[in-house]
Design a protein around this ligand. Sequence first.
Ligand code: MG
Length: 479
Amino acid sequence: MIAINSVGQGRSKALVAVLGFSAWWVVGVWATGAYADRPPNVVIIFCDDLGYGDLSCYGAPKTRTPRLDRMAGEGQRWTQFYVAANVCTPSRAALQTGRYPVRSGMCSYKRRVLFPNSGGGLPARELTIAELFKQRGYTTHAVGKWHLGHLPKHLPTRHGYDSYFGIPYSNDMDRVPGVPKNANRDGRVDYFNVPLLRDETVVERPADQHTITRRYTDETVALSKRHKGRPFFIYLAHNLPHIPLFRSTDFVGRSRGGAYGDVIEEIDHGVGRILQTLRDEGLAGHTLVVFSSDNGPWLSYGDHGGSAGPLRQGKGTTFEGGHRVPGIFWWPGRVKPGVVNDMGCTLDLLPTVAALIDAQLPDDRIIDGVDLSPTLLSGAPSARDTIFYYRGDRLYAVRHEKWKAHFTTQGSYGSSPKQAQVQNPALLYDLEADPGEKVNRAEGNADVIAWLRSLAEAHRQTIKPATNQLTIPLPNRKP
Ligand code: MG
């Protein structure tokens, strides 16, 4: 314990490069206007497979994201923001519930996500972030990819959302039989028979994915205008930049970053439209907007996958490239602008908004998230000091402060090691000095590894068995 504290730098160094006071004061006064007597609107923009290094403000060398860069400059850009799982379904379950997906049964070692032939989904007993907003009378809306069960009983409309418009799972699922092997790269709509739903009804099949990013943005803009008279929560989960890549005509060939860059720049453009709508409607000072991604980049798709920047590997692994993602928070006049080098996680969004809107967290279950609102509003050190890294339902690694121990390693898709390798002694990395996990510091630090192992064991003791939702077949079908 002493060794950890003596070397743990993250919280003592804490934050924050604070921008000027004057803009804060001006917008703060403005925020006391028409909407000051009600809790804030919240918009969460969640991308699919967008990597840590895919935005200009996170070091992308070719792709231009000026609107996200401006959002980060006006708000907080977190450099150590995490997801609780390195693939889609469990990561989304964690965001919705504030709980590691092993608690809800929404993760699995072999069948890692839900598929169109899956019958499982997010259990009704889980409290979603939308249901939390419902406590306070919000209107709640899900737009985009759900991937927490596509049967009616699992859709957003059964989990606290007043409306849903989107593709219920990944955009490469429902592949039409007989299409070329490289269809994931070719981006032809008729290769993928994915449905587009309005609430619980299929309104388009196959969904025209070329226009899907723009239409999700259109929907979010329209919802923001339509519901400005009462507090709203919008969860916008883009299907892209998950392969196959699609972008609308206006964005083809626009980026120096190729097709992938085009997709990112269209998402950036959409974020700009959403933020400008909030400004135009007088809602900017009264709306928290969060931007993040569900897991790291799918590196095996080469230039059709993104970048984890300086981090090791990408989607699918417990190395940093799988779990660490962009995290941007924007709320003019309330979020204290700066760069945050402390840890945060999508698990924390639920308890953070609970604090911001004065909603009650349930006391009959473990919530793994912590309240980040003191960091957001005043630049206080983050309450998060530990991350548990799962692959499916198996705990592979633990980070506490700057130290991360890998007890088991396994590469991302197509990367080594392909099979799980137990590490004894554990691999140990100093993530403050070595975010790329290049130098194993196990030698001479047995006490640190022992401490991290004790944290893992204590965490494991809190896990109760849950039905594995990812291996449940469709009714009347074999898995
Ligand atoms: Mg994903």
